[in-house]
Design a protein around this ligand. Structure first.
Ligand code: IMP
Ligand code: MG
Length: 179
């Protein structure tokens, strides 16, 4: 793997496809154990989490459901701080064991604004599973129950994450190259 260019920026290899898949398998195994016999409902937050959600969901062996919502707060490489619901929840989560799937918690704003909408509906339990966490960037802390990788505060692309719409189809994760 070497440098790649997305729009005007260069990115360097960060996490390989094998590392990502191995870690997601481990997290799926933990969820399998924790939710045996519970039929949890996964809520995947689009767009960024589509690849992570699909892979995690495939590795699960328990009975489970999945649905999708769309929130967005990013433009370019900076969070705008404005979170909009572009596609809402179309399923009743009252009494359900819910697991939110998100690609990355950066400032934490997206997820912390969305959580009350879910707790209002009184799920039986509510947990969060994420691919990436940037602890140094987080200003709205939430409890993260399953985290694949804790990473430094650098912009990353690939594996579902984009830079201005591009880069989502890359199988590995790349990070912004400082020059
Ligand atoms: P937060 O609201 O600041 O936690 O940002 C969450 C959203 O911002 C994620 O769901 C991503 O879509 C996007 N995001 C945050 N950091 C990155 C990054 O390094 N690369 C690509 N997208 C990111
Ligand atoms: Mg996202």
């Amino acid at each position: 793997m070497s440098l790649i260019r997305v729009h005007d920026k260069y990115f360097e290899p960060y996490l390989s496809e094998a590392e990502i898949q191995e870690r997601i398998r481990q997290i799926a195994a933990r969820i399998d154990e924790d939710y045996a016999g519970k039929k949890p409902l996964f809520i995947a937050i689009l767009n960024g989490s589509f690849m992570f959600s699909a892979d995690l969901f495939k590795y699960l062996t328990i009975e489970a459901e999945i649905c999708f919502i769309k929130l967005a707060s990013y433009k370019g490489t900076k969070s705008t701080g404005q979170v909009v619901t572009a596609i809402g929840l179309d399923i009743d989560i009252t009494g359900r064991d819910v697991i939110i799937l998100e690609d990355i918690i950066d400032t934490g704003k997206t997820i912390s604004q969305f959580l009350p909408q879910l707790t209002n509906q009184q799920p039986r339990s509510l947990k969060i599973a994420i691919l990436l966490h940037k602890p140094e960037a987080t200003v709205f802390p939430v409890q993260i129950d399953y985290c694949c990788f804790s990473i430094p505060n650098k912009f990353v692309v690939g594996y579902g994450l984009d830079y201005d719409g591009l880069g989502r189809n890359i199988k590995e994760l790349y990070r912004l190259k400082e020059n």
